[in-house]
Ligand binder design. Structure first.
Ligand code: AR6
Length: 180
């Protein structure tokens, strides 16, 4: 299997190629959500399809959310305990896009820690329909997670799940070149 692992303060940071809706063994998966927390294309489509209608029903209570925000729900038909929904910025429209994208990862991790989540999987938020260039988004995702791990928080594993081979190698190159 294609994967790359890096350890920071005892926390495993790993990237793999795969489908975010098929990550058994991970406590919480992150959804690249829309503001209404409804089903959609890409990640949101895959997550809602597997979770079933309960996810959208619960999401109604929290919608709408703003770019950079994260909310947590149950996972319903998914093989996980929670879904953490993040609304990424539409690249160049929701600004400053870099800070808003970083806030997604920060808020997702904070929310996860508050719920006692031990492992979390992220997709490449904003890099599909929202147009964020993959390499810039990957650098923000990895740097934000790394900075958050300087403080102890209970999370033991962070998994980046990339759909395309190209995105997987972008993450792998960054992770393989991190030295701590
Ligand atoms: N597992 C992992 N990654 C995936 C999957 C999957 N099953 N499917 C796609 N990707 P996107 P966004 C990759 O568009 O840019 C939705 O319609 C994909 O290749 O899901 O944040 C929502 O309803 C890309 O690299 O999220 C929102 O309206 C990345 O995941 C809007 O799109 C993110 O693509 C959110 O747009």
């Amino acid at each position: 299997m294609e994967k790359s692992i890096w350890k920071v303060n005892g926390v495993k940071i790993e990237c793999i190629r795969g489908d975010i809706s098929n990550q058994p063994g991970i406590d919480a998966v992150v959804n690249a959500a829309n503001a209404q927390l409804r089903t959609g294309g890409g990640v949101a489509g895959a997550i809602h399809k597997k979770a079933g209608p309960g996810l959208q029903n619960e999401g109604r209570k929290y919608a709408p959310i703003s770019p950079g925000e994260a909310v947590i729900t149950g996972a319903y038909g998914l093989p996980n305990r929670h879904v953490i929904h993040c609304l990424g910025p539409v690249y160049g429209v929701d600004t400053p896009s870099d800070k808003l994208l970083s806030s997604c990862y920060k808020n997702a991790l904070k929310t996860a820690q508050e719920k006692g989540v031990g492992s979390i999987a992220f997709p490449a938020i904003s890099t599909g329909a929202f147009g964020y260039p993959s390499e810039q988004a990957a650098k923000i995702a990895i740097k934000t997670v790394y900075d958050m791990l300087k403080e102890p928080g209970g999370i033991k594993k962070i998994l980046f799940v990339l759909f395309s081979k190209k995105d997987y190698f972008i993450y792998k190159d960054i992770i393989d070149n991190m030295t701590v």
